[in-house]
Design a protein around this ligand. Sequence first.
Ligand SMILES: Nc1ncnc2c1ncn2[C@@H]1O[C@@H](CSCCNC[C@@H]2Cc3ccc([N+](=O)[O-])cc3CN2)[C@@H](O)[C@H]1O
Length: 273
Amino acid sequence: MEGKGKVNGVAAMAACYQGFDPAAYLQYNYTPPRADFERKDSIVPWKLACLHRAFTEGDVRGELLVDIGSGPTLYQVLSGCEVFNKVLLTDFLEVNRQELRGWLEDEGGCNLDWTPYLQHVCELEGRRPSAWTEKAAKLRQVITDIVPVDVHRPQPLALDALPSEGADCLVSCFCLESVSPDLAAFTRALGHIGRLLRTGGHLLLIGALGESYYFGGPGVRIPVVPLNEAQVCASLKESGYTLIRLEVYTLPQDMRVGVDDVSGVFFVKAIKE
Ligand SMILES: Nc1ncnc2c1ncn2[C@@H]1O[C@@H](CSCCNC[C@@H]2Cc3ccc([N+](=O)[O-])cc3CN2)[C@@H](O)[C@H]1O
């Protein structure tokens, strides 16, 4: 029964994603108030600070960074692009891969202006905000490809997508809990992506706490497995990671804008044993 339930749950989830609307999703989550660089308690600056610290504190190094479930967003790799000379972006939907290619090709074909994000991360790096053009060029230089991914497959990427030794670092933001029908599927997915990571490589994981649904577009209600910190830590341990740091952001009331029922956001830095 569990096997049958597993297939139906994952297939049903994939069906939900057919209505995903990148432009709406970006509007819901990556514009003010959730992305307000003037507000100390806005969510996006908190996420960017976690990622900046994690990538620059000296233990994360190597050749290849893979972003699992990039969606239509780039913020996940704005710090990592200064540390790795190869960045692989991945997503399940062609509409999201197309959104990312639109930015990469720099012909105005994308639905969000990433300039304020680039400027903010430059400031975190002690650079002038006007260095954002150099950061954009750096990012366009290190992104090697934008490929399909399915975290429910034991091999989430095509076999030729990675070198045999695997990735040196994985980053994944708001993906696993949003594509898993239940906690067991979330934990299995963590294990699947772990197989893409070399032993001793780092996992940087951002996700939602207490989220049971979100809107991936007007009227596109997508179920999410609600997680708490203890479940995240237990799933990491069960999937072969050692936790280095867990940080939690609790949403202020005015960050609850009706596009989901998220109560908090977690940031995890872990290492694959
Ligand atoms: N089987 C699969 N394998 C890999 N990726 C898959 C699969 N299926 C769908 N995908 C891919 O995964 C998806 C990633 S976007 C998931 C959105 N997560 C929830 C949303 C995000 C969000 C953002 C910001 C804040 N905040 O507080 O600031 C809160 C929240 C909470 N709501 C999407 O790209 C899909 O294309």
